[in-house]
Design a protein around this ligand. Structure first.
Ligand code: SF4
Ligand code: SF4
Length: 429
C-alpha cells in the first residue's frame, strides 16, 4: 500500500505496510478504486454538462464518496464494497445522461462505413471524446476548403446524423492514443486534442501544429478557448496539403438503437443456432506488451459468433475482415467507452427476450483497461451483477490481493490468460 494523505504518515513520507491510523492495504485499495471510479464518472459527467445535462444525485454521490476517503472516516470493508457498487450505479446513470445528451443533440447513430487515410487538401485531425468540439469545428470549417478527420475515440462520431451530414468530415486517420506520436508526426495538417489520452510531443515534431482545448493542455501547444477554432483553421490552411492516401474502410455507429432495430433478425439467428455466442471485446488500448491478446482473441472467435466492441481497444482488430452472418456483421462497433451504456442496453434487451438474466445469455465479456474511465465501467458491470468477466492485460496495481480475492469470489472476475485457453474455457461453458 501507499498513502501519504495525512500528517501522521509514516516517517513523514508515506505509510507503506500498515497505516499509522490503522488502515490496511485492502481498505487503501478500496479507497483508491473508489477514487479512480470517481475520476471516470467525472469525465463522463463533464461531457454531459458541456451538453447541458446534469444529475444532482451523481453530484451528491461524488461528494459523499470523496468524503468517505478522508483520513479516519471509515475502516469498514463492507461499507467500501457498497460504495464501489454505488459508484458503478452512479456511473451507469452518468453514461445514460451522456448518451441521451449525445443523441438529443446529434441524433441516434446509424451504422456507417468510414473512409480511412487522407484526401488531397488541407486537413485538421481531431482526437479525444468530445463530440461538441467536433460539431463546432465542423461548423466553423464548413465551406472553408478544409477536411476534418477523426482520430482515436472520435471514430464513432461518424455515425451521428448531425455530424455525418458535414461532407468535409472526410474520414478517420490513425489508430489508438498510444500511436499518436508517430501518427501526428506523419499527419501534416493541424491537430486538435480535446480530451484525455494526449501525449507530450517529442522535440521538433508537431508541437507547432498541435492545439489543445477544454480540459487538455500541453506545454508549448496553442490552447483554444470558447470553441473558437479560427487559429486551428488558419494553421491548417497554411500547412502543405495532405496527400491522396486512402486506406481500408471501417464500420461504426452501432448504437443500441441501431442494434435493437435488428433485434428480430439477431434473435432469429440465435434461436436457429446460426449465432452461437456474443463476445464483448472492449476497452482501452495501451502501449504495454501483452495487448496483442485482444487481436488474437478476436481473430480466433469462431465464425458463428459475433464480436461487439467499443472504445479504442478496437483499433487492435477493427480493420480485419470478420464477414457477416446472414447480413449481420460479425464485428459490431458500438462506439466510445461511454457507449458501454449501449452495450448494457443490448444485453438487457436480449435477456428480456430470452427471459433470462444477463449472466445466462450466450455472452462473454473480455475487457482491456488502461485508465480510470475503464475502472468506472467495470464497477458499473459489477453493480449490474455481471459475473465471469475477463479483464487484462494486467490486474490494476491499486487492486490489492485481498480486494481481488473478494471480486473473484463475489463476481467470478478473471484475469486473462491466453486467447486459446480463455476461448476454450468460454466455449465449453
Ligand atoms: S490516512 Fe492513515 S494510511 Fe494514510 S497517511 Fe494518514 S495515517 Fe497513513
Ligand atoms: S478508451 Fe480509454 S484509453 Fe482509449 S481513448 Fe478512451 S479513455 Fe483513452
Amino acid at each position: 500500500m501507499f498513502c501519504y494523505q495525512c500528517e501522521q504518515t509514516a516517517g513523514g513520507t508515506g505509510c507503506t505496510k500498515l497505516g499509522v491510523c490503522g488502515k490496511d492495504e485492502d481498505i487503501q485499495s478500496m479507497q483508491d478504486t473508489l477514487l479512480f471510479g470517481l475520476k471516470g464518472i467525472a469525465a463522463y459527467a463533464y461531457h454531459a454538462r458541456e451538453l447541458g445535462a446534469k444529475d444532482e444525485s451523481v453530484d451528491a454521490f461524488m461528494h459523499e464518496a470523496l468524503f468517505k476517503t478522508v483520513t479516519n472516516v471509515s475502516f469498514d470493508p463492507t461499507q467500501y464494497l457498497q460504495m464501489l457498487l454505488k459508484c458503478g450505479e452512479m456511473n451507469l446513470k452518468t453514461m445514460e445522461l451522456l448518451d441521451k445528451a449525445h443523441t438529443q443533440r446529434f441524433g441516434n447513430p446509424v451504422p456507417t462505413e468510414v473512409e480511412t487515410g487522407t484526401k488531397i487538401g488541407s486537413g485538421i485531425l481531431i482526437t479525444g471524446h468530445d463530440l461538441l468540439d467536433l460539431y463546432e469545428l465542423l461548423k466553423q470549417t464548413d465551406s472553408k476548403g478544409v477536411n476534418v478527420y477523426t482520430h482515436g475515440e472520435m471514430l464513432p462520431a461518424h455515425g451521428y446524423p448531425e455530424l455525418r451530414k458535414f461532407k468535409h468530415l472526410a474520414g478517420n486517420y490513425g489508430g489508438a492514443w498510444q500511436e499518436q506520436k508517430k501518427e501526428f508526426n506523419s499527419f501534416s495538417g493541424a491537430i486538435l486534442v480535446n480530451t484525455n489520452c494526449v501525449l507530450i510531443p517529442p522535440q521538433n515534431t508537431y508541437l507547432d501544429r498541435l492545439f489543445t482545448t477544454g480540459i487538455t493542455g500541453v506545454s508549448g501547444a496553442t490552447h483554444i478557448r470558447d470553441r473558437d477554432f479560427s487559429l486551428v483553421i488558419k494553421k491548417a490552411k497554411l500547412l502543405p496539403p495532405l496527400p491522396e492516401a486512402p486506406e481500408k474502410k471501417v464500420m461504426t455507429g452501432f448504437h443500441h438503437a441501431a442494434i435493437l432495430g435488428l433485434a428480430d433478425k439477431i434473435i432469429g439467428l440465435v434461436k436457429s443456432g446460426k449465432i452461437r455466442r456474443f463476445f464483448l471485446i472492449g476497452g482501452c488500448d495501451g502501449a504495454k506488451p501483452g495487448r496483442n491478446y485482444y487481436t488474437e482473441f478476436a481473430e480466433k472467435v469462431p465464425g458463428d459468433c459475433v464480436i461487439l466492441t467499443l472504445a479504442c481497444g478496437k483499433y487492435r482488430f477493427n480493420k480485419l475482415d470478420f464477414g457477416y452472418i446472414e447480413g449481420i456483421p460479425r464485428l459490431i462497433d458500438i462506439g466510445q467507452c461511454n457507449n458501454a451504456y449501449s452495450a448494457i442496453q443490448v444485453a438487457l434487451a436480449l435477456a428480456k427476450v430470452f427471459n433470462c438474466g444477463v449472466n445466462d445469455l450466450p455472452l462473454s465479456i473480455v475487457l482491456s483497461w488502461f485508465e480510470q474511465k475503464a475502472v468506472a465501467i467495470l464497477l458499473t458491470l459489477l453493480y449490474l451483477g455481471i459475473k465471469g468477466m475477463r479483464v487484462g492485460p494486467t490486474a490494476p496495481a491499486f487492486i490489492s490481493s485481498g480486494l481481488l480475492k473478494i471480486l473473484q469470489e463475489k463476481f467470478d472476475l478473471k484475469l486473462i490468460t491466453s486467447p486459446d485457453k480463455d476461448l476454450s474455457a468460454i466455449l465449453k461453458s
